[in-house]
Design a binder for this molecule. Structure first.
Ligand code: SF4
Ligand code: SF4
Length: 422
């Protein structure tokens, strides 16, 4: 699954560490980049006896950019990095902050926001959102299901809309495990993959529509490698919505001509380069004008979520990733940034932006691409990303001590198997 030829990397002359030099986040000068990669090779071979490759362990956002075409020897350096994350986890366990962001390891952000029990009070959410989440918890037999993605359960207002009414929806119970994969937590990833596959079979699902590019990627590129009977048709929601636009089933009633937007390409989109244009075609259809950021498409800077899995420290991610992303977006002169079809970027940017007054004051409007479609059809989207981020921030600081209280890194407990009451 994670191939990386250590010898070939070591022997390859003249690359200057192109992978970490071109990396949009770490971006080291050529010789420093090669030294850092040599340190990563050494760490992989010698483990604890070798010092940490510090730039990688602090900054890497597991963003997939370097696994595409950065390496002249056609190696996939992110595979090496994920192996190093796995090695580190085996040795050290997981710091408390890492746990907030793991959807199937409770307590976490989801249980803080929604409560831990079925009859939770959902005190931070609107009545509509509460009903939406309660309905998600009551799955029924269906041949087709729209999986909204774990991050979407932190922002149900994006997906609880008329445009998506026709779909039977599934939530966090159907976690694809992407966050676990990006953090090198492979045993947990495998458990989750098996559980989710069993759940989908138990509902009689034949077709999965993925609202989140993370789920789409994991289901299409990763599961087939090790889940014997992953025999579902998997499609990406934005492909379906574009098809409806082309057939006139979704009609534009309002042109967004006056808007100039820049596009945030989420990390998993890099595994499906053909979909970079899909997002842009949808935006063109709305009438909005696109201005690209310096780092876009395969070179896009992560929203910040991926970085939490390497440093486990939100202030590092705030500094090294989110601020750079937002600064690039503002530099384009766009009125707003459109988040391209991942369910986690909106809550992450909302949360990280709320960590400091300065970032909050410098924020720019963000819209999920689905909200852009809503706008073009004359519907005003809820668009409360920063308000939701403020609640997440409050919960984070209120509860931080319960996550880090023992002051020690810990191994995660086995991911519980979910059985649905049908
Ligand atoms: S992965 Fe490729 S670019 Fe990076 S150090 Fe190794 S050979 Fe060089
Ligand atoms: S995965 Fe992304 S952040 Fe990490 S080293 Fe590669 S390009 Fe840089």
């Amino acid at each position: 699954m994670l191939e990386f030829d250590l010898d070939k990397c070591e022997e390859y002359g003249g690359c200057g560490g192109a992978c970490l030099n071109r990396c949009p986040v770490i971006h080291l000068k050529p010789n420093y980049a090669r030294v850092e990669m040599n340190s990563a090779l050494d760490k992989m071979r010698k483990g604890a006896k070798s010092p940490d490759p510090s730039n990688i362990f602090i900054k890497c956002a597991a963003c997939f950019s370097c696994n595409q075409d950065y390496c002249p020897a056609e190696l996939k350096p992110m595979n090496l990095i994920l192996k190093l994350f796995a090695q580190r986890y085996e040795k050290q366990g997981l710091p408390g902050q890492g746990r907030f962001f793991l959807p199937r390891s409770e307590p976490n952000f989801w249980t803080l926001l929604q409560g831990q029990k079925e009859d939770a009070i959902y005190q931070y959410l609107s009545l509509d959102e509460r009903k939406f989440l309660k309905d998600l918890r009551k799955p029924r037999k269906t041949s087709e299901i729209l999986l909204i993605g774990c991050g979407a359960e932190l922002t149900p207002y994006i997906f609880n809309i008329n445009l998506l009414n026709e779909y039977t929806k599934g939530g966090r119970e159907f976690c694809c495990g992407a966050r676990y994969y990006q953090m090198g937590l492979f045993d947990h990833f495998t458990q989750i993959a098996k559980n989710t596959t069993d759940l989908l079979h138990s509902l009689g699902v034949k077709k999965i529509v993925c609202a989140c590019i993370g789920c789409y990627s994991i289901f299409t590129k990763f599961y087939p490698e090790f889940i014997k009977k992953f025999d579902f048709e998997v499609v990406y929601l934005l492909d379906e919505l574009q098809e409806k636009i082309k057939k006139g089933k979704i009609q534009q009633t309002r042109s967004l001509e006056g808007m100039t937007v820049t596009i945030h390409d989420p990390c998993f989109l890099k595994l499906h380069p053909e979909k970079f244009d899909l997002i842009r075609e949808i935006i063109n259809w709305t009438g909005a004008t696109i201005v690209e950021m310096e780092h876009n498409k395969n070179d896009s800077i992560c929203c910040g979520l991926g970085g939490i899995g390497s440093s486990f420290d939100i202030s590092t991610v705030q500094n090294q990733v989110m601020r750079r992303k937002m600064a690039e977006a503002r530099k384009t002169g766009a009125n707003a940034m459109v988040l391209g079809g991942c369910s986690s970027c909106a809550p992450t940017l909302g949360f990280l932006t709320n960590l400091s007054k300065k970032d909050f004051e410098a924020r720019m409007d963000i819209f999920h691409v689905i909200e852009m479609i809503q706008k073009a059809t004359g519907v005003v989207p809820a668009n409360i990303h920063y308000e939701r981020g403020k609640i997440l921030r409050q919960l984070f600081f209120e509860q931080l001590s319960t996550f880090t209280g023992k002051g020690k890194n810990r191994k995660l407990e086995k991911t519980p198997k979910i059985k649905l009451k049908l």
